[in-house]
Design a protein around this ligand. Structure first.
Ligand code: ATP
Ligand code: MG
Length: 303
């Protein structure tokens, strides 16, 4: 596993010393991971939007909460932002104040070529950003895309039309390493990985890094891992503290400084159709996402 003695930084206490033989990062994955992460200061964007996937194939780790709140926080920081809901669950759509049940056109129509960008794009009134919304129709795209040409590049091609309209494009990925996620990874310059500081989260990270490595090698040479974002963090839980410290020890400044706490206001906001940073700007969760947006802007350089 990641916390194996040979992977951890010197002086970092092992959380799971009883399983020293288990390593979730084969050496090739570790090498690739560092290559991607170490390059983040040389991001090759200057004029076009920074396109970032928010991805983790594990379910319920805070991808959508991160996507929606980061989009709203970037808007509040004065950045033109587009959020792409690439999940048939449509949670980012609902969390942005758009009713997924009444959509005429969605990302599904865009991906399979039934509608253009202008027909799909809507504004999120509470969030201040634009969104390409989704609903359960998108589940059908998985099957239909298989028979289409350039099936993994459909989103990338669609976004080309609006790259100059935005400073940031965020893609909220579904909890799988599916063709939809592949479309997200092919369209992106970088990946933001929200993760909880738990043992199983670290195991899943290996699969994700492997997938990113394959996409980088075969489909998208621009793709990089931008960083790991610790979410739903509860400092009272010793294991979370330990895993967090080990992540910092091993991945250094590739772990974002911002840490998103477990915060009930973030969990309540979606039921109001409002991003948490708007719903309760004074909450600890909102502060964390606002700080994360500032850190991300700094990390990619001045626009
Ligand atoms: N920082 C937080 N504090 C409290 N609750 C949170 C926080 N982040 C997310 N949640 C809640 O956890 C649940 C899962 O979050 P979210 O939907 O963002 O995860 P996800 O990774 O997008 O899930 P899925 O894999 O199903 O798409 C939601 O109910 C959300 O409101
Ligand atoms: Mg989600």
């Amino acid at each position: 596993m990641l916390l194996h003695r040979e992977l951890a930084a010197p002086g970092v206490k092992q959380v799971f010393p009883m399983r020293p033989q288990v390593c979730i990062f084969p050496s090739a994955v570790r090498a690739s991971y560092h290559r991607h992460l170490c390059d983040h200061r040389k991001l090759p964007f200057t004029t076009m939007a920074h396109v970032f996937c928010v991805a983790n194939q594990k379910g319920g780790v805070g991808k959508t909460t991160t996507s929606v709140n980061l989009a709203a926080a970037l808007h509040q920081a004065g950045k033109r932002t587009l959020l792409v809901d690439l999940d048939p669950q449509g949670n980012a759509t609902m969390g942005s104040g758009i009713d997924k049940r009444t959509l005429q056109h969605s990302v599904y129509h865009l991906l399979v070529g039934l509608a253009g960008l202008e027909a799909v794009r809507v504004a999120s009134p509470p969030g201040g950003y634009d969104i390409l919304p989704a609903n359960r129709d998108l589940a059908g795209a998985e099957i239909e895309l298989v028979n289409l040409e350039r099936r993994e590049k459909r989103l990338r091609e669609a976004l080309t039309a609006c790259a100059d309209d935005y400073d940031f494009v965020l893609v909220d990925c579904p909890p799988s390493l599916s063709l939809l996620t592949l479309n997200g990874l092919c369209a992106a310059h970088g990946v933001i990985i929200p993760m909880q500081c738990e043992y199983y989260a670290l195991e899943g990270l290996s699969d994700l890094v492997n997938s990113i490595k394959k996409v980088h090698a075969n489909l998208n040479r621009d793709l990089k891992i931008i960083g790991l974002l610790r979410v739903m963090f509860d400092p009272r839980i010793t294991l979370q503290q330990q895993v967090s410290a080990q992540l910092e020890g091993h991945f250094g400044d590739k772990v974002f400084n911002a840490v998103v706490p477990r915060n009930v206001r973030l969990a309540e906001a979606p039921s109001h159709g409002v991003p948490g940073v708007v719903f309760d700007r004074a909450s600890r969760g909102a502060h964390a996402y606002l700080a994360f947006a500032e850190e991300l802007i700094e990390r990619v350089g001045t626009l």
